[in-house]
Design a protein around this ligand. Sequence first.
Ligand SMILES: Cc1ncc(C[n+]2csc(CCOP(=O)(O)OP(=O)(O)O)c2C)c(N)n1
Length: 601
Amino acid sequence: MNLSEYILKFLISKNVKNVFLITGGAISFVVDAFSKNKKIKYTCVAHEQAAAMMADAYSRTGKGFAATMVTSGPGAQNLITGIACSWFDSVPVIHISGQVNSFELSSSNKTTQKVRQVGFQETDIVSIVKPITKFAYQLKRPNEIKYILEKAFHLSTTGRPGPVLIDIPMNFQKSKINLSKLKSFKVQKQKHSKTIIKNIYKIKKLLLKSKRPILILGGGIRISKSIKELENFLKIIDIPIVTTWSGLDTIDHRKKNYIGSIGVYGSRAANFAVQNSDLVLNLGSRLDTRITGGSPKTFARSAKIISVDIDKSELNKQRGLKIYLKINEDIKKFLSTLNSKFKTFQLSKYDAWKNTCLSWKSKYPIVKEIYYKQKKYVNPYCFIEKLSKNLSKKDIIFADDGGHLTWTMQAFQVKKGQRLISAFGNSPMGYAFPASLGAAIANNKKKIICIDGDGSIQMNIQELQTMIANNLPIKLFIMNNNGYGIIKQFQELYLGKRYEASVMSKGVTNPNFKKIAIAFGINYSEIRNNRKIDNILKKVLTSKNSEFVNVIIDPNQKIMPKLQFGNPIEDLSPLLSRNEFKKNMIIPELKNISFGFSESN
Ligand SMILES: Cc1ncc(C[n+]2csc(CCOP(=O)(O)OP(=O)(O)O)c2C)c(N)n1
């Protein structure tokens, strides 16, 4: 067996059924190994950035591990944005890059160590990706391969997961290896945590004293594969629940205690709930600035915050936010220990508090009746609400980056089991479409929905060909507001409405999407106003083919509500009248605070 054949054997053992790749001289021997192995396939993509994003989504939504293969130099460099998506959102993926022959590496000779390049397309990809991978390594000898792959897999999938990259010189790829001589990587036994039970009792005590507790569900729940454990936990705890964006799909939004998502683009109701709470139990959210607003010290400022996070550095970061009880645990272990100990976890009832939160939810809906009356253009909030009503609990939905992501996250009503995914931490334009392809390949029976922007789709539009060539019946919705909507709104707020580089007259233009769809052989539809939504949705969602839907949005459509810079997250814009606002602030220390904003609606 040669080393390349061994790599495939290893990937198969980790349940990788498909590799996303683009070939090239320096990876050719590894790619050639597929000719001798029918247990694993590959998908040829059009851009390595898209390969990394496909692998990322394959891993997020599938059952196994995910992999890419790319050539040296530009092939490996193109992976970077996709690797960063996996890094920031803790997604396990292995990237295998080819490298020039080991004897052509600039590092292989004392006299060439300072030159930029010796071998053709030589790039020190390991140094480049080190800060965004859990492990990046250039193979030094062929017989290290087993040890290095096992180590990479272990690091990628355990603790806080993340991407890894193994760089393999060409001459090693074809070298024969003797399986009996290969060394294995020994996994160190994890220490048993002694504090977990103690902390659970502390939480129980704090809940007893609390009058207004709140539960935050973050991305850590999905990352740690704890949906079942969460469901069981919710049977023994009965307090208002809010989510972050990456926690949105951890819970059915019809659940009685669900209030909404929190943060800069959160719902008024959820933000009032967290800001008025006196105890926050945070499961797996980093509480980053999108959640806390620009001034973390104003976040949940009357509450004792309990955070459960597998990453100690997230608990110990000092940005003004005070975490009262830091629980450095894997959420799965934490919840399963807790669930096994208690038949009921809380002793108080909190009925009045729950009713207050629910009354905020009904008083401040994201999607207002009046939006449905809009005659011209499609209102994106109505569109997303209708789309979500028409989708089933098995469907997987991706959203890209921009206004359309925000409308989706604000208005989508998740059903139990559904996935709603974006590259939350990295948030590059161009993620959602290739990610949809990766998910379609990992879940070939499921319906995959891609919600994209007219700007963002153009970053990976070449993958329309990959979709067609692989017969992937993705439903692609372009929320077309003819420009960079989210940037325009920023420019209106902070840059005197100077729309530099965000609108057509300033250089941001769209192709004719109809011609593009036709050129690739994709069914094309348009939704021009609210009245047309139902019919077109019915048609495309029951179609067995790939569908390209151009949803025409008002170029001046805003994201509402949204936090204006400098305000605490309970005070979303458009601002409520100060009287109404103060009535909602039930915590005594905020009731009489002077906010300094003008009386305005
Ligand atoms: C790769 C990359 N480049 C630039 C940005 C900055 N950016 C964020 S959203 C956005 C505009 C997105 O436009 P579009 O997809 O049309 O979405 P809209 O806001 O109009 O819904 C830009 C330029 C980014 N997030 N990623």
